[in-house]
Design a protein around this ligand. Sequence first.
Ligand SMILES: Nc1nc2c(ncn2[C@@H]2O[C@H](COP(=O)(O)OP(=O)(O)OP(=O)(O)O)[C@@H](O)[C@H]2O)c(=O)[nH]1
Ligand SMILES: [Mg+2]
Length: 183
Amino acid sequence: MGSMNSRGHKTEAQVVIMGLDSAGKTTLLYRLKGYQLVETVPTVGFNVEPLEALGHIPLVLWDIGGQTQLRASWKDYLEGTDVLVYVLDSTDEARLPEAVAELMKVLSNPNMVGVPFLLLANKQEAPDALPLLEIRNRLGLERFQGHCWEIQACSALTGQGLPEALKSLRSLRKSHSHGCVSM
Ligand SMILES: Nc1nc2c(ncn2[C@@H]2O[C@H](COP(=O)(O)OP(=O)(O)OP(=O)(O)O)[C@@H](O)[C@H]2O)c(=O)[nH]1
Ligand SMILES: [Mg+2]
C-alpha cells in the first residue's frame, strides 16, 4: 500500500483501524470524515475512505471488520501500514483482555515492526465506561516496547476527543519515519 512522489516521499499515509467487533470503528471512520451519525451494521470485510485536510498529508483510512471469524484475515491488511488505530470499547470490561490479546497478535506481525499505534478508548460518554486511567493500568504498558504509541479517550458518538485523536494520529505518523516524539 502507499504511493511515493519522485523524491521517494510518501504522498499519502495508510491508517489501519482495528479492534474487536462493536468497538465503534465504523462509527469513528464516518465521524472523522465529518459525517453526521450514521447507523452502522457489523462490517464484513472493510471500508476505506480518504481523509484530506489542508496542510497535511492525505490519510487513507482502512476500517477492518472485527468479528471473531474475520480476525484471521487482519494480517492481510497490515503490509504498508503507516499507523495503526486500535479501538477499544470502554464499556466492554469483560472483553478487554481479548482486545489486548488481539492487539498483541497484530503487533507481532512482521509488517508491524516499528509501526506506531494509537489506542482509542471509545464510548467514553457512556455512564458505564471504564475511565482512561483504569484502562491504561490494565493494558500493561511494558508490552508495547518497540513501538511509538499513545492512548486517548474518545466518543465516536458525541465526537469528544476526536480532534485530539486526529492530531495524535498525524504526529504518530511522523514518528514512523523520524522516531518517537513523545511517550
Ligand atoms: N455509546 C457509544 N456507542 C458507540 C460509540 N461508537 C460506536 N457506538 C455504537 O457501537 C455499535 C457498534 O459500532 P460500529 O461502529 O458498527 O462498530 P465496529 O467496531 O465497526 O464493529 P464491526 O464492524 O463489527 O467490527 C453501534 O451501535 C454504534 O452506534 C460511542 O462512542 N459511544
Ligand atoms: Mg464496522
